[in-house]
Design a protein around this ligand. Sequence first.
Ligand SMILES: [Zn+2]
Length: 190
Amino acid sequence: MNRASAPLITNFGSSLLHCFSFGDHEEDNVLVIEVGNFRLSRLVRVQSACYTGEIFASVDCDCHEQLTRSLELIHEGGGLFVYMLADGRGAGLLTKIRGLALAADGLDTFDAYQALGVEPDPRSYERVVEVLLGFDVDEVRLLTNNPRKVMGLESGGIRVQREPLQVEPTPGSRAYLATKREKFGHYLEP
Ligand SMILES: [Zn+2]
């Protein structure tokens, strides 16, 4: 695994940005934003890329709000923000956008992935576990509503205490959040 690190200053504050490269493709990179005394706070967010929400500010999901809220929390008390370059919950951009086309026809994201013959949440967290262990972190307070993410880290030997990450639904994201709650089992307030 190759690695590069540099200081990063954003509107949230100062941090160190690390890139861990597990292969030749862009999606083989895992980015980590390291803030303050993360070993003391043990606060960790693991997020996978959502180009439509995070870059293009699409209103049909909560990814941008989750990104912003978790970066705020991590800059408050220290922590690690781990970013996987794996859009479409790891299924890739082409699949994601095919899913969005089906969603425009009325399917939810779970049924859209089923219609495409793709596992609804095929993300694997092995690289994240490797990165966290590389920081000597084997016990985390994980900002997530996703039970699969908790299990993914725990199966790699990380002890996980879950910290809820609720964001206000927008009119556009309400249906998406309901699908996350009802079909993906996310811990979200109705
Ligand atoms: Zn999104």
